[in-house]
Design a binder for this molecule. Structure first.
Ligand code: ZN
Ligand code: ZN
Length: 348
């Protein structure tokens, strides 16, 4: 099969022929019809993710068709249309038993722990625990966006963030996760303030339901701008980008008793990030993390997509062939871009 391979962190990534994967006894091989390009892939390529070993094939937001299953898989057959959460769970640890597969203790993430979906085929672990059927009529490109950002945003806003109608929700960073969060919060009846440095991202945020926008390129104190626009601060705020500055701005934009959800990854050399905890104490803020979403939680989200309440397909701004993927991966470092780029590994 053809796959995007790199042998050096931050070094050249190239499309080449590699052996086709075979399924583990509990696993499945999926023919990749569409796979999203995500900033996490860039972090993996740059060597920011300790789970990535070399040589490596990135890619974790995929949709496609089951090609083969292992002998112990009972729920899936070749030909099934599927997607998968980027956190593939083991199904057997205490967290899985509690229904919290998104924080599985023995999780495997395609494109991080093992070769991912910037390829014509990908092997996935524990198929019966992790595969999710794609509804009829949903395009593969749309389904690919669900596997990471949309599902991640859904859990961050609805489950961890406990959004309620009429609340103010601030979204810091309007890339794929942020725009998804804007759409989900607005569809939940919240009033959304979108914050980004890119006019194009803010334009998309507005079209996805943001009531107010803060142009972070021209506003030195975005937290103060959000507090001003919301009459005292947001009830719920998300750092959807993942940087010390946006994390602090998100915490700073909350009203008393507000909830901050950290959803953007925060890689740093020593694994720590400064957070204004004094404010969290004084205002009784809640500081929460959010990490993907378990496969069993997908049907509730898919129902809203099917009903047209949520429209993840609007996030997909371009599709590219596999040959264009290495350059697009490298470009994420300098120009994260607005919306979602989807790679179609079988198109030329
Ligand atoms: Zn992702
Ligand atoms: Zn587990």
């Amino acid at each position: 099969m053809r796959a995007v391979v790199f042998e050096e962190y931050g070094g050249p990534a190239e499309v080449r022929e590699v052996p086709d994967p075979v399924p583990a006894g509990h696993g499945a091989v999926v023919r990749v019809e569409a796979t999203g390009l995500c900033r996490s892939d860039w972090h993996g390529w740059m060597g920011h993710d300790p789970d990535v070993t070399l040589p490596h094939v990135p890619g974790h937001e995929l949709a496609g068709v089951v090609e083969a299953v292992g002998e112990r898989v009972t729920g899936w057959r070749p030909g099934d249309r599927v997607t998968v959460p980027f956190v593939c769970a083991c199904g057997g640890c205490p967290s899985c038993a509690a229904g919290d597969q998104q924080v599985c203790e023995r999780q495997t993430q395609p494109g991080f722990h093992h070769w991912g979906s910037f390829a014509q085929y990908v092997a996935l672990d524990h198929a019966d625990v992790n595969l999710v059927a794609i509804p009829d009529g949903m395009a593969y490109a749309t389904a690919a966006a669900l596997g990471c950002r949309f599902a991640t945003a859904f859990r961050a806003v609805v489950q961890q963030g406990r959004v309620a109608a009429g609340e103010w929700v601030a979204v810091h960073g309007c890339g794929g996760v942020g725009l998804s969060a804007v759409m989900i919060a607005a569809a939940s009846g919240a009033r959304v303030v979108a914050v980004d440095v890119s006019p194009r991202a803010l334009e998309l945020a507005r079209s996805f339901g943001a009531a107010r926008c803060v142009d972070a390129a021209g506003v030195p104190d975005t937290a103060a701008a959000v507090r001003e626009l919301t009459g005292g601060g947001a009830h719920l705020s998300l750092d959807a980008l993942g940087s010390p500055a946006t994390c602090a701005a998100s915490v700073g934009s909350l009203r008393r008793r507000g909830r901050h959800v950290q959803v953007g990854l925060l890689p740093s050399p020593d694994g720590t990030t400064p957070v204004p905890l004094a404010r969290a104490i004084a205002l009784e803020l809640e500081l929460l993390g959010s990490h993907g979403m378990a496969a069993h939680a997908y049907p509730g989200m898919l129902e809203l997509v099917g009903a047209g309440v949520l429209r993840p397909e609007l996030l997909v701004t371009r599709t590219i062939p596999l040959d264009a993927a290495p350059a697009a991966l490298a470009a994420l470092g300098t120009a994260p871009g607005a919306g979602v780029t989807v790679i179609e590994p079988w198109s030329r």
